[in-house]
Design a protein around this ligand. Structure first.
Ligand SMILES: Cc1ncc(COP(=O)(O)O)c(C=O)c1O
Length: 372
């Protein structure tokens, strides 16, 4: 793609902001938002301006403690969105080779293309539960590869990459001097069941300075705190420094009131984690019983998280989404946004009554569609 043709937009984000809203919205991937009244914050704890610096010390401390890494490996960012952009922009030059999973969360691909990278794809297949296959990466990686881009849990399927697979991918990348960016924005939804974060795995491959993994995350998805825009990158200290300097060209400094509120959120994180765990326990029963009841959908069911990515076994999916939206007032994310037309993504992070009603509408629409 030449410079003038570079995509400077995300078609998916545009759709999500303008077209995903509906009376029954099954299109969102996060947890229902925490209202301000549930954040234990007092006005006198807030301030709007901090002395300019690379990070707000109390927040840096909490991000490092939460991730189990030294502070010098942490770069605060405006959501996982800016964390991903910073990570890719710090590593890539135009023309650099990047391997990106397919299907993928659109903006990950959009940013790589915007930066002028030469993109190759790594297939995740329905038949293997959308698992990351190391043979697939082995086949595509070359001495020119600078970056491999993955999400774990995977968006849109929710597939979990085991630690052994991440280790093998990290070793492959390390051998050719590439990095592996893992977007872990959904990983905390595994709660206490030993989520395999990539950054500590990378520390077993190489000394801290050469950790091949770069990890991004935020308080958005697992905690329902999107509004704080509290995101971060974990990277080797030298790369982290490069990202801080690069960020001077983007936002330069964060909204300080949001930094203060993020510190408070971290100090009460257990409360938000329990809220998420309880909601998702209820909602998982609803989606499982919905999927059990449908012969016209095939679905690899993830162990955790908020997203499911069923496949319509027959019919024109676009006609189905039109029917679902126009007659049943319900939205899901069409698979075309993930380059898999026959699929769609259902999010289960909304309130349970809304999810129950939305799934009922989805069933009714599928029944009507089957008769066409
Ligand atoms: C894989 C992935 N990364 C990043 C984001 C954006 O996260 P944030 O709201 O923290 O910027 C999303 C949101 O849908 C996502 O699914």
């Amino acid at each position: 793609m030449s410079g003038s043709e570079r995509a400077k937009r995300s078609v998916y984000m545009e759709w999500a902001k303008t077209r995903s809203h509906a009376q029954f919205n099954l299109a969102t991937s996060g947890l229902i938002s925490v209202p301000l009244s549930e954040l234990p914050v007092r006005l006198e704890q807030l301030e709007i301006t901090a002395p300019g610096a690379y990070g707000y010390r109390p927040l840096q401390e909490r991000l490092a403690r939460h991730s189990g890494v030294p502070e010098e490996c942490v770069v605060a960012a405006t959501g996982t969105s800016m964390a991903n952009h910073l990570a890719m922009a710090a590593v890539l030059d135009p023309g650099d080779e990047v391997l990106i999973e397919h299907p993928v969360y659109g903006p990950l691909l959009d940013v790589a293309e915007y930066l002028g990278a030469s993109v190759k794809r790594i297939a995740r297949r329905f038949e293997t539960g959308f698992a990351l296959e190391t043979a697939e990466i082995e086949k595509s990686i070359t001495s020119n590869t600078r970056l491999i881009v993955l999400s774990n849990l995977h968006n849109p399927t929710g597939a979990l990459a085991p630690a052994a697979t991440l280790l093998a991918i990290g070793e492959m990348a390390h051998r050719v001097g590439a990095r592996v960016l893992v977007d872990e924005v959904y990983l905390d939804m595994l709660f206490d069941s030993g989520a395999p974060s990539s950054f500590p795995i990378g520390q077993t491959i190489a000394p801290a300075a050469d950790n091949p993994f770069i990890v991004t995350s935020s308080l958005t998805k697992a905690y329902g705190l999107s509004g704080l825009r509290c995101g971060w990158v974990l990277a080797s200290p030298a790369l982290a420094k490069r990202m801080w300097l690069l960020n001077d060209l983007f936002g330069a400094v964060a909204a300080h009131a949001a930094e203060r509120m993020s510190v408070i959120a971290f100090d009460h994180l257990a409360q938000f984690r329990e809220r998420a765990r309880s909601l998702l326990t209820t909602n998982r029963v609803l989606i499982e019983s919905f999927l059990d009841s449908r012969r016209d959908l095939e679905c690899c069911r993830p162990l955790a998280g908020t997203v499911f990515f069923p496949r319509l076994t027959h019919g024109d999916p676009e006609a189905f989404f039109k029917l679902l939206r126009e007659k049943y007032g319900t939205t899901v994310v069409p698979g075309s946004f993930f380059e898999m037309q026959q699929h769609f993504r259902i999010g289960i992070g909304g309130d349970s009554a809304g999810l129950r009603a939305g799934l009922k509408r989805l069933s009714a629409a599928l029944d009507e569609f089957a008769k066409r």
